[in-house]
Design a protein around this ligand. Sequence first.
Ligand code: NAP
Length: 277
Amino acid sequence: MATGKILLITGVSSGFGRALAQEALRAGHTVVGTVRSEAAMRDFTSLSETHAFARVLDVTDFDAIDGVVAEIEANIGPIDVLVNNAGYGHEGILEESPLSEMRRQFDVNVFGAVAMIKAVLPFMRARRRGHILNITSMGGHITMPGITYYCGSKFALEGISESLGKEVAPLGISVTAVAPGSFRTDWAGRSMARTPRSIADYDASFDPVRRAREEKNGKQLGDPVKAARAMLTAIDSAHPPAHLLLGSDALKLVREHLTALEYEFSQWEPVTVSTDG
Ligand code: NAP
């Protein structure tokens, strides 16, 4: 039987999704996790006979999403919290990376998340309660060369989260965009899609960036279990934030970006305001 809150988390096979599921189970919540194979399903449900449920779902299987969510509502119970965690990083220079790779990046990181949100909202709206967490990234606030499609997808999800939050707040539903810095998950390892190099003009600027990311994999500053606890703090809050950064690296880089943005706006202020009237 479901106790605590019911969390629906996409992508619980590893990383943040897995850590959040485990910490939520430890806190007495019920977790329904999405996975992409029968083996991952068995592995996840072995975490708790009574409180861990799994459903096979690729978030780009858009036509299946409404049915999966309705079945969970009917058979497990009311979804209190949706965590759109499933996602991956595309790494590649924009000019070298085919549009099909951008489409795939947005299908998973943006359209998949929005499809999940559209499926849970009718239930949350009817109950006048619910919390949606979208795992974005510090790359949804700042940008880095070589992950342009990824940053684009995370900026999109940040914007969608913030705007959606304003639409559903009057209906008792909260939306939090969670933006982690660098964490020790499978993100920069098995999950990353790396476009092969093809244009020599980018060798000098990009090759060191790619090498550094590969070398840093597994040694990142952030601990996903601590991220999970931070997310549970937001989930437990009566007034969850619209934006939550995770990690001192994210805080430093986003603050520097805001300062640089304000400086540039000020430098160009006379030109900016010259268009009024
Ligand atoms: P991860 O360990 O690679 O986990 C990614 C999860 O997403 C896996 O469970 C994976 O399932 C699932 N997934 C990927 N594509 C999917 C799809 N099409 N449909 C359903 N599930 C899918 O990496 P992670 O870092 O925990 O990633 C979770 C989220 O955090 C992502 O949105 C990522 O962009 C974000 N993030 C990560 C970092 C970081 O430093 N780690 C920083 C900022 C943001 P499979 O096992 O089946 O592949």
